[in-house]
Write a protein that binds this ligand. Structure first.
Ligand SMILES: Nc1ncnc2c1ncn2[C@@H]1O[C@H](COP(=O)(O)OP(=O)(O)OP(=O)(O)O)[C@@H](O)[C@H]1O
Ligand SMILES: [Mg+2]
Length: 495
């Protein structure tokens, strides 16, 4: 290992100043991994460099210098400046393991830079390898147990969050027996990587309230008429189009339907492609009139639906899969990508909620761990404080209670700030990169121990560079990693 310098006075067990040797200055970098050899007490410490500083005792800002009159003398003293830095101590190395530091390194102990994994033998346990330490190249595996304690990946757009999650999912599939359900918000981040494991969200059967809500959003017609009459009209449409016996029971108000039965009938209707705008309008108008709506209300509803909702109604014919069967498929085939890009954001939240709800139903039925990781990308749309209902409720429940049943969540987002406090408090491993605003940094600081990482160091990070912090990190200390290469998805021949 290359010598960098020696520990100076005022060394503490968590941080020690370093005076850099003149010919080693070029190798001193923020976040470089170093080893401190304390020969006096036969101890070795592992640390990272922080606050690299160049000093010139003859050129301070508080004392007048002759240079201001004679600029030419500046270059005469080029050998005078020297460099210092701080070693942020991660721990003491003992038989390859890194233990919490108990005593400070002795001043004058030599400091060496770790430039390659062969420089040092460290036992970091096995685990999921998402990346390597940026300067030493050492793999820092994530403990698999961290999956059930939930993970957040945050950084501004383009930092490489979705690729990091892809690397994580690959490792989960290869090295654990967990299944993974991925919600692909854009349909471009995960769908191209697992083309044979994708389900389009418009193929998933929706409940009547969600269909009615979607219709209301499509119409942009906020009158209560849609809320009041459409759900009932939808039940009637679904039942009467598919089952005459149930239809007559419904008309006599003698029908008690379960959610499952209605889902089954909805599927039947869609499989026969019987969603038809003009027929649906007829049923809605009849229902509204029967329930005492004014004539103009029925007319308005009919007109708006025929004008604006034809595509929406037609698309309901695509519904052919239940969430229950998709969850089973994910558990059987181990990975399922839900391409949410085909449907409106409000409906995406309902689908995410339904998947989590189903997983909790399975837990309640079988009372055994489900070993499932749920990936929610662009998570500020699903786990925010305001406007994320109903997905936020189930995400919060999962974050609070999922660990017991091996139900973990990965949230990737540009904004920490939007997460509800319950979400933030229950995420235990965090990958963070460049952030959108300084305020995001303050929020991050509230829920993860940054151990002296400063906002300025984040702003210098490049694509694929993340700090890896929290429970999953075997060093229990934020480390700068470069995420492993996740190549572009191979395009299919027809594209
Ligand atoms: N690990 C990686 N391997 C190879 N290329 C990467 C990697 N990470 C990022 N990139 C490159 O950077 C681009 C952006 O990465 P990615 O889509 O993961 O960013 P993001 O943080 O999810 O952005 P957004 O917030 O817009 O979703 C990728 O298209 C790819 O070209
Ligand atoms: Mg992304």
């Amino acid at each position: 290992m290359r010598e960098l310098g020696v520990i100076a006075s005022n060394a503490r067990s968590f941080e020690a100043p370093l005076v850099v040797f003149k010919d080693a200055e070029a190798f001193v970098k923020e976040e470089a991994l170093v080893v401190v050899e304390d020969v006096k007490f036969k101890r070795r410490y592992l640390g990272v460099l922080r606050l690299v500083t160049k000093l010139d005792p003859l050129l301070t800002t508080s004392q007048r210098s002759a240079i201001i009159e004679k600029p030419e003398i500046a270059s005469e003293g080029l050998d005078i400046p020297y460099e210092i830095s701080y070693v942020r101590i991660i721990g003491e190395i003992s038989s390859g393991e890194v233990k919490p530091p108990t005593t400070p390194p002795t001043p004058r102990s030599k400091v060496y830079i770790v430039e390659s994994p062969s420089d040092i033998k460290l036992d970091l346990g096995g685990g999921l390898v998402i990346g390597i330490h940026k300067y030493s190249g050492i793999e820092i595996p994530m403990k698999p147990d961290a999956l059930r304690y939930h993970i957040a990946v945050v950084g501004t757009t383009g930092t490489g969050k979705s690729r990091l999650v892809k690397a994580l999912v690959d490792e989960v599939l290869e090295k654990t027996n967990w299944s993974v359900v991925i919600f692909d918000h854009t349909g471009m981040d995960y769908t191209p990587f697992w083309t044979s494991s994708v389900v389009r969200a418009d193929e998933i059967v929706l409940d009547v309230d969600t269909i009615a809500e979607g219709l209301r959003n499509t119409l942009g017609y906020a009158e209560r008429a849609v809320e009041e009459y459409v759900p009932l009209a939808l039940v009637k449409y679904i039942v009467c189009k598919t089952n005459q016996q149930l239809c007559s029971q419904l008309e006599r108000s003698q029908l008690a339907l379960t959610r499952k039965q209605l889902e089954h009938l909805t599927l039947d209707l869609s499989s026969k492609k019987m969603w038809n705008t003009s027929e649906l309008i007829k049923v809605i108008a009849e229902t509204a009139t029967k329930l005492g709506a004014r004539g103009t209300t029925s007319q308005k509803l009919s007109l708006y639906i025929s004008l604006f909702a034809e595509q929406y109604v037609k698309r309901l014919n695509n519904m052919s899969k239940t969430v229950d069967e998709l969850v089973e498929r994910a558990r059987r085939e181990r990975v399922l990508v839900v391409d949410l890009s085909y449907i409106e954001t409000e409906t995406r939240r309902v689908i995410a909620k339904r998947f989590l709800e189903r997983l909790w139903e399975i837990i309640a039925e079988r009372l055994e761990p489900v070993n499932t990781l749920v990936v929610i990308d662009e998570a500020h749309n699903y786990a925010c404080q305001q406007g994320c209902w109903p997905s936020n409720t189930l995400i919060e429940k999962t974050l609070r209670e999922g660990r017991k049943w091996n139900l973990g969540v990965v949230l990737a987002s540009q904004r920490v700030l939007d997460f509800t406090p319950d979400v933030r408090n229950n995420v235990n491993t965090v990958f963070f990169s460049r952030l959108q605003t300084p305020y995001d940094f303050d929020q991050l600081r509230n829920f993860v121990d940054l151990a002296g990482v400063r906002p300025e160091s984040l702003s210098l990070l490049e694509t694929r560079e993340f700090f890896f912090a929290g429970l999953g990190n075997p060093l229990k200390y934020p480390m700068l990693i470069k995420v492993r290469e996740v190549a572009e998805p191979t395009r299919r021949a027809c594209q």
